[in-house]
Ligand binder design. Structure first.
Ligand code: NAI
Length: 372
């Protein structure tokens, strides 16, 4: 039941026009700031594009240095969501929200309800979900004040934690990259046997990384793993017969595939020459420190599965939540990530261009070809 009786009026300010000259402004349709002294909420929502459908993207809660940093983040993240949806074919557009975390504004139920009112003010042009710093449980509070929320717990009719589907998409992407490199036919782009006895170095054993290890181990892959939490490393060694290495050495581990599943900006002019793996395929967002690092990978003959293509399983899962969640449908759509990557690898070879550039261009074309 949506609660429409509120004690106070929210202060919502449109920033769309004033941000026209911002370097990260890309004809975003809406950017708004909400401030609510009562709960301490300060949040931004950016709708990059609704050409392909209502915009859908998570709500990140993060401690930013200042509002300017938060604006840059929300502009970039919402545009990246447009590209991710366009490539994944979810019939959704790109949007994102950020809550500026502050010691004086704890993440209370009331704060999340107020955030829901902010979401509701966009009348469905933006659908929110969990992200870094927010949880599927937080979305239950958001749901009290808006219906435009996804990623709810399974017991509440939602799709639950998106991580297992993200891991499945990364697994399919690794299969595609190995099959492509081995010169197999496209029909084998998602064939489990290709990973048997191959070595995958997994950086980060969190929600996605651990599940990825489980799937890889199940298909006979050999694993090298690293995490700053040694208990997680121990678990992977016990359960999946993995070999442990340090967070410093995982990048140069003797592996066929390097799967970054921890932090962003892990691929740079410093780190790329250290790679022993000839494939990079992992879940982390924003893996390239600079755009030109995609070209550096290409020059080093490293086959890179662009992050926003390979890690789309989670958002595909969430996009399948309404009107009624269908896990099988979400899984079969996620499996198609292997075919999409195959097309990107093919085009990259034909044009002799980095896979990252090819993926960006493909997303731009899909957005441009849509009349909406
Ligand atoms: P998580 O927070 O559960 O796991 C991250 C893991 O990386 C933690 O175990 C952490 O200890 C470890 N880690 C941190 N710094 C490290 C370092 N220097 N070396 C080795 N390990 C380190 O996060 P989650 O959900 O597994 O996501 C992983 C990545 O995938 C993140 O970049 C996230 O943005 C991205 N992603 C996640 C999605 C999801 O559905 N969970 C969807 C799309 C992208």
């Amino acid at each position: 039941m949506i609660n429409n009786t509120f004690p106070n009026r929210l202060t919502i300010q449109s920033l769309t026009e004033s941000l026209g000259a911002h370097p990260d402004f890309d004809e975003h349709e809406d950017v708004a700031l909400c401030e609510d002294p009562q709960t301490g909420l300060r949040a931004l929502i950016a709708v990059h594009s609704t050409k392909l459908g209502q915009s859908l993207g998570g709500c990140r809660r993060w401690s930013y240095d200042d509002t300017a940093e938060a604006i840059t983040d929300v502009l970039r993240l919402s545009k990246a969501m447009s590209y991710k949806h366009a490539i994944a074919g979810t019939a959704r557009g790109g949007g994102k929200a950020v809550i500026l975390a502050d010691a004086a504004a704890e993440k209370t139920p009331e704060l999340m309800r107020t955030f829901g009112r902010f979401v509701d003010s966009l009348s469905g042009r933006y659908i929110t979900a969990e992200d870094v710093g927010t949880s599927v449980e937080d979305m239950l509070f958001v749901r009290e004040t808006t219906q435009h929320v996804s990623g709810l717990p399974v017991e509440h009719g939602g799709s639950g934690d998106p991580s297992p589907m993200t891991a499945y998409g990364v697994y399919c992407g690794i299969l595609a990259a190995l099959a492509w490199q081995a010169g197999l036919a496209e029909d084998d782009a998602c064939n489990d046997s290709v990973v048997n006895n191959r070595v995958v170095a997994v950086q980060g054993l969190g929600q996605v990384g651990m599940d990825l290890c489980r799937q890889l181990h199940g298909s006979g892959a050999r694993l090298i793993v690293a995490d700053v939490h040694t208990d997680r490393v121990g678990q992977a060694c016990d359960e999946f017969n993995a070999t442990a290495t340090s967070p410093q050495e995982i990048l140069s581990a003797p592996a066929d595939v390097f799967a970054p599943c921890a932090l962003g900006a892990v691929l740079s002019s410093d780190s790329i020459p250290q790679l022993q793996a000839t494939i990079v395929a992992g879940a982390a967002n924003n893996q390239l420190r600079e755009d030109q690092d995609g070209a550096l990978l290409h020059r080093h003959n490293v086959l890179y599965a662009p992050d926003f293509v390979i890690n789309a399983g989670g958002i595909i899962n969430i996009a399948n939540e309404q009107p009624a969640y269908d896990r099988d449908k979400a899984k079969s759509q996620t499996r198609k990530i292997s075919g999409t990557l195959w097309q990107i690898f093919k085009r990259s070879r034909e044009l002799d261009q980095p896979t990252s550039a090819v993926a960006n261009e493909l997303a731009r074309q899909r957005l441009a070809s849509c009349p909406g």
